[in-house]
Ligand binder design. Structure first.
Ligand code: P6P
Length: 330
């Protein structure tokens, strides 16, 4: 059976060559990150740095290493104007925006890094936006990044699990590549990922049950009531505490992933970040036939006011998200 590599897939796509180059650079960076993740303790790169990132979270050595790998490799992509990362407070300008425009790359270089020490799947999440039309001929500012998720021209993640897989959308469906460690190349393994509309699986951190809003509590209680309850079927619960792993399962076999607003910090929309976690994942889920809701509307339509703003996240199988929407509107 002939294999399609990522490079071949990108060259056969209709996206601009400079965007294809940028996607290739991100993927190349993730090959290096995968190698570092797999070395683990053997590579002297485990453990915390003793510093905190802009989110106030303890930085793991691999967080910073992954961030540096992407900064270095992606800066070589000629269409890239600037980058932003969970690990950096401010944007990272790369070059002035040329006459044909450019791209903005946002990423969480190593999501779920608290799982590194216990050898549980982690991942890299990335989002690519176009530079605004009025940015030609000037350096990019942080305000240029503050675009709704629906403006993304590309989104993807790499999950460092039993296999290293890249899941990608260029705006026309979702495909998956598996890293072949023997040749260190990405091989197309699923050309059209599709989320089943119905599901029997949901993912949420149940330790927060007492803090949830009523619509979320109702949804989860009905799932737990199983076949004797209003849903008339039994459900399964999963929680990896690594968004990439949980969302990858949802895109692969259906389900709902939820990290909704809760009462612990009433003024905070949620734990996850909109620009480089919720938005790229929401585009992937929508492109795979699912839906993503933030408690008010579509995640991808959420107004953007800050580079590191947080969001309430409920995404996955379309019928389940429709139900959650109804419960929030009731
Ligand atoms: P909790 C990882 O820290 C992360 O940002 C996501 O990857 C994950 O879904 C979530 O936080 C887990 O949060 O509160 O369950 O530890």
């Amino acid at each position: 059976m002939s294999t399609t590599t990522l490079a071949a897939y990108l060259s056969q796509s209709t996206i601009p060559p400079r965007l294809a180059d940028l996607v290739g650079a991100v993927a190349k960076g993730c090959v290096e990150i995968s190698a570092q993740v797999r070395r683990g303790g053997a590579g002297q790169i485990m453990g915390a740095l003793g510093s905190e990132n802009v989110q106030g979270e303890v930085q793991q050595k691999l967080d910073v290493l992954s961030n540096d790998i992407l900064l270095a490799l992606c800066a070589e992509a000629e269409g890239l104007s600037a980058m932003a990362s969970e690990e950096m407070e401010t944007i990272h300008p790369v070059r002035e925006v040329g006459p044909q425009g450019g791209y903005l790359l946002l990423f969480d270089p190593l999501d779920g890094s608290s799982n590194i020490a216990v050898n549980v799947s982690i991942g890299t999440i990335f989002s690519i936006l176009p530079t605004p039309a009025d940015s030609v001929g000037r350096a990019v500012t942080e305000a240029d990044f503050l675009q709704p998720g629906r403006n993304q021209v590309c989104a993807g993640y790499v999950v460092y699990g039993p296999q290293t897989q890249l899941v990608l959308t260029l705006g026309e469906g979702v495909c998956a590549f598996t890293l072949d460690p023997e040749c260190e190349d990405w091989v197309l393994t699923n050309p059209a990922m599709a989320i089943p509309a119905e599901t029997k699986e949901f993912a949420i951190n149940a330790a927060n049950t007492r803090h949830w809003a009523a619509p979320v509590s109702r949804y989860v209680e009905e799932c737990l009531a199983g076949v004797e309850g209003p849903r008339g079927k039994d459900f399964n619960m999963r929680w990896v505490a690594s968004m990439v792993a949980d969302v990858h399962r949802v895109i692969t076999r259906g389900g709902v992933f939820m990290y909704p607003w809760d009462k612990r910090e009433p003024n905070r929309p949620g734990k996850l970040r909109l620009m480089y976690e919720a938005n790229p994942m929401a585009l992937l889920v929508e492109q795979a036939g699912g839906a993503s809701f933030d408690g008010t509307g579509d995640t991808l339509d959420a107004p953007v006011t800050g580079l590191h703003q947080r969001a309430s996240v409920m995404m996955g199988s379309k019928a389940e998200i429709a139900r959650l929407r109804d419960y929030h509107a009731a």
